[in-house]
Design a protein around this ligand. Sequence first.
Ligand code: F6R
Length: 610
Amino acid sequence: MCGIVGVVSGSNVNEKLFNGLSNLEYRGYDSVGMCFINGSNLNIKKGVGKLEEVHKKVDFSKLKGNIGIGHCRWSTHGRVTEKNAHPHVDCKNKVSVVHNGIIENYSELKDELIKKGHKFCSQTDTEVIAHLIEDNLKNSRIEEAVRLALSRIEGSYALGILFADEPGKLIAARNESPLIIGIGKNENFIASDVPSILSHTNKIIYLDDREIAVLTRNSHKIFDISGKQKPKKIHTIKWSAEAAKKEGYKHFMLKEIHEQPRAIADTLNERIQNSHVVFEKEFGLSDDYLKKINRIVIVACGTSWHAALTGEFMLEELAKIPTEVEYASEFRYRHPLMGKNTLVIAISQSGETADTIAALKEAKKYGVKTLSICNVMGSSITRISDGVIYTRAGPEIGVASTKAFTTQLAVLYLFTILLSKLKKTLNQEQIKGMIDGIRKIPLQLQTVLDEDDEILECAELYYNKLNSIYLGRGINFPIALEGALKLKEVSYIHAEGYPAAEMKHGPIALIDKNMPVVVIAPHDVYTYKKVLGNIEEVKARGGIIIAIASEDDKLIPKKAKHTIFIPKTLYTLSSILAAVPLQLLAYHIADKLGRDIDKPRNLAKSVVVE
Ligand code: F6R
């Protein structure tokens, strides 16, 4: 995910572009760049790092002009380098492009353009767009050249394009990546979201897929991909600038919870091919090596540690590889026993958690291979491990981790499928069943999100309780831990996650009529009946049972005070579906209590200190 912004005006647009990028930084902050036209020259400044860091190095204020485009990057193709930062230009430095999205057929297009003599400077998919337009400019005017270029492109894009030879014209286009047009007074805008330009205009046109916009400072025309002009409605936005940054959601946490269907779909994208799991080049571990692994150690902290526990269950149950999960902070100060064929996996949303980095470094001293599962491209953890699998949750701004967690589970599930195939612990039919199961998850998650009423009711009834208990078994025990952590973090209510059957060995003493007990009890052949027994134990002592159950369950609603249903899925995948109502429950309770949900007290998004 990247952010793009563009302005065409009657006066210098430097400040507007800079502020727009600053508002968009949540979308990506590994590198940033801007392009202005002054006279008939493209003037570009870009660099690696956050906006302010790059500004200190290159001084964006030196760029002047009445038209400009800007970009903040969250890398997908090509490492985080200055050359790969946007904008990208053609061979003659006449066409400048900023892009958010992924061009799927870029390597074929790049080969074709190289054969025609085009010279590429970056490893990005975006640069092909500039060269493709340049190629079409030989025989067409700029609008037509853009249209012809886009008709060759497969994949997603939101684009801002400037032409040195037409210094009053800004072209924008979109397909499956967000892009809006802002209509101002004697100036017009493009942006990845409304808030980045809301202080200049609240008159917005939403571009649809495969539409191209041609903007001057006092005109706007929208065309479809065949070149036919389209009438478009101008919307008046009523959000405050602050609320709008969250796209209408009250908090980033809620927005990010609702992004999970998209985040999981992105995380799966292109990694399942003909019923096989295929990771990108940066995965870095060969099949021969993976076949030899006889032990896995996973290191992580907090929510990522809960994902690791779920991974342990998957890897042992399905790939039959002995797996241990360690708190990164403990692992780094032990002298762990490592065999030659032990793989160490580090899980981290940020890739910058100090304890996890240290644990990974400790593992490397033993000469074992390391793999990271991470959400931030180019972060420290990804640079020091032998291989990386990226979760594609997009930037997570709310301090309480939500979409990063469920995408970590999705990656662990894919990795388990790959190992199960290489180790021959599952046959192709079983693997196909697993793949079919995860493909359904984004849609199933949407149904969980759409049925928030019961969760809201629970929040309203129990937000003033001082304690609560979360119970789960098997793969859903870590989900109980995660549910309790979410509640603690954002509401400051004390919560304990416990394996359901361990209750009777002590904590059951806490149960009385004031204790909400959240029980994760999806239908499965392993522990379902036992969990029913555990529910009875709590009920007999007066506890308030909130159950997470499979959609067709007839028994649990008779026993629980509240039942939140999740769609039917494979047992290993029930953990992803069950996590979401627990995130929502924590969110709504904290909201009722008026907590600072996105920035809970004492917490930071990345714990970069020991
Ligand atoms: C909880 C939370 C933290 C992080 C932990 C590790 O919601 O966000 O517990 O999971 O600090 O952070 P990463 O995953 O960035 O290493």
